[in-house]
Ligand binder design. Structure first.
Ligand SMILES: [Zn+2]
Length: 352
């Protein structure tokens, strides 16, 4: 009898503790999910209308040059006022309503004079309604282009050394000493597949020309795509720019070992120019003229990725601008016939 009652008591205790445990666990779970739901609602309402939906990038190469030189020289010469080329461009965009066809160098000189006279950019732009828009839009386009970096060079003892610099650290997508032609083809109509417009710039060159990463970033897409053929998509570290390199070479499109998720540096060889694409079947040359299709997508909100609301900008003038910074390459692997960059680069955010 005594043994039996102890047994019942023991069972009861187990039952009660189990019940307490279940009540505790379920209330924790309910609390967790309700919080999560609240968070997601907050995120949604936050991002609903706050991000930029459209950018027309019309800044010509010569204006990119003028403003970047002001920025670079003021940094390197330790001038009293350091200019920010993106701020200067955003200011000019306000004057021209975003259309740089109206550019006059006297307008740029006037801003510079005002800054030299001690006015701040904040004061100068306080009445410009669209300044913040242009600043954010142009920052998304150009913020990876200028900055501190170290590049390998050959010193007087014929040794490779890193030289610290402030300047242009984005590269032309075509390797140094390789020839290419291009023209303003953004928005032209394309006939393959459904009716659509051309959302990039075609760089005509010879098959096998090494293709260079314009900016450092992460390989987000790699493989076959019906339109782009063998293509690679690289996202900048700040997430704002997606660089699209398409129609890469049949049989050997990418540099040996390049994989989705890899980090690449500006100036690295990533693949080779070709004429693949316009086919559901993989590894088919269906493009008439060998070229690199180079595209640049701006991402202000992740919902813009793979959606009808993608923002692709005209990169013709950017390509012209980047011609001044080309990455030299050499045949580094006789077996695989792969090329590598000759001079390495280090940037502040790259941990090395
Ligand atoms: Zn194209």
């Amino acid at each position: 009898m005594i043994i039996e009652s102890i047994h019942i008591k023991k069972n009861c205790i187990i039952c009660i503790s189990l019940l307490i445990l279940i009540v505790f666990l379920s209330s924790t779970l309910i609390f967790y999910f309700s919080q999560k739901h609240l968070q997601s609602i907050e995120v949604n309402s936050d991002s609903e209308d706050d991000y930029i939906k459209w950018v027309d990038f019309t800044v010509p190469c010569n204006v990119l040059k003028l403003t970047s030189e002001l920025d670079i020289n003021s940094h390197n010469n330790n001038e009293e006022i350091t200019y920010n080329w993106i701020e200067l461009l955003a200011y000019l965009a306000c004057i021209y309503g975003g259309n740089f066809k109206n550019f006059k160098s006297s307008d740029l000189n006037k801003i510079v004079e005002n800054l030299k006279d001690g006015k701040t950019m904040e004061e100068l732009t306080s009445t410009l309604t669209f300044y913040d828009y242009y600043l954010e839009a142009y920052s998304a386009v150009l913020s990876g282009f200028l900055g501190n970096y170290a590049i390998e060079t050959i010193n007087e003892n014929n040794e490779k050394v890193f030289e610290k610099k402030y300047g242009l650290k984005a590269f032309s997508p075509i390797a140094k000493n390789y020839y290419f032609t291009h023209y303003k083809d953004f928005g032209n109509s394309r006939s393959y597949g459904f009716k659509r417009t051309h959302l990039g710039n075609d760089l005509m060159g010879s098959i096998g020309t090494p293709i260079i990463a314009v900016e450092s970033g992460t390989v987000e897409q790699l493989g076959w795509n019906q339109y782009g053929g063998w293509r690679v998509g690289i996202r900048s570290f700040d997430g704002k720019r997606y660089y699209y390199y398409a129609h890469l070479r049949k049989d050997h499109p990418y540099v040996e070992g390049l994989e989705k998720g890899d980090t690449v540096k500006a100036g690295d060889v990533i693949g080779y120019l070709g004429m693949t694409g316009y086919s559901i079947k993989e590894n088919v040359n269906n493009i008439n003229v060998a070229h690199l299709h180079f595209g640049m997508q701006l991402i202000f909100d992740e919902s813009q990725v793979d959606s009808p609301n993608e923002i692709w900008i005209d990169v013709y003038e950017i390509i012209e601008f980047l011609k001044t910074n080309t990455s030299e390459v050499y045949l580094s692997n006789e077996e695989t016939k792969d090329y590598s960059r000759k001079y390495d680069l280090m940037e502040e955010f790259l941990t090395e």
